[in-house]
Design a protein around this ligand. Sequence first.
Ligand SMILES: [Zn+2]
Length: 299
Amino acid sequence: MKVQRSVFVSLCFIGTALLLYGQDADLYYQRPPDAATIYQQMEKLQTLGTVMYMAAHPDDENTRLISWFSRQRKVHTVYLSLTRGDGGQNLIGTEISELLGVLRTQELLAARRTDGGEQWFTRANDFGYSKNAEETLAIWNKEKVLADVVYAIRKFRPEIIINRFDANSSGETHGHHTASAMLSLEAYRLAGDPRAFPEQLTEVAPWQPKRVFFNTSWWFYGSKEAFDQADKSRMVHVDIGVYEPWSGYSNSEIASISRSQHRCRVSDLNWPVATVWNIWICWKEICPGMIMIRWMVLT
Ligand SMILES: [Zn+2]
């Protein structure tokens, strides 16, 4: 009986903690801006940097990096998700396909309200799992999605583009992921060329981003041990585990709250403040000799 009572008390405690935790997260991104937030927004007006993060789906994005750019460096940062996630699973409701796409669109917008980034999309449809990038690009209609990516670059005018995925991984992972990186690289080459998609030039001007990077991590090396031993001489790293005194949160906490907006994925409803690595690899064909930008160690 004593054991049962202690279990009951423990469950009550855990339940209360989870409830309070959830309220805190909700309050954080729904509350109107306070004086400190408005001051930070005004400071951001004085920063001209622009970064475009690119991947395939809602929840592909690195919220730590977006938050760091947007809130710590005050750089205008956009996440270009090629799809709206119509083909994923819904662990909290019955919506699937287009309705799930609507749901996940709203989740992404909620995430950006938290981490300070902007949210953009293309017309690409998340039709479910794809075995390779070639299949994906055939179903998407590559030229139309490529035109959307070029248009987005010309419109937002990013100084750098950061890909979440490796363009040389076709057949090894979800075709949408590889295709997002392939389209990013192709659009990087075309966006500054007025001969590419000239019909867009009545609305936007050609724009050439300075560099494109690959945001790598140990996952792409198969294990943390393999990553530890990898040559990082052509990588650049940055510490994104910084504290934000004006809000009282660390960058990792803000990023975790942002990521927790992906409710229909449920698995991300946590606030991990764990050690994280991020590496951006400059694409060799585009900037030979330059290589990377960063790997990050968060503590
Ligand atoms: Zn994905």
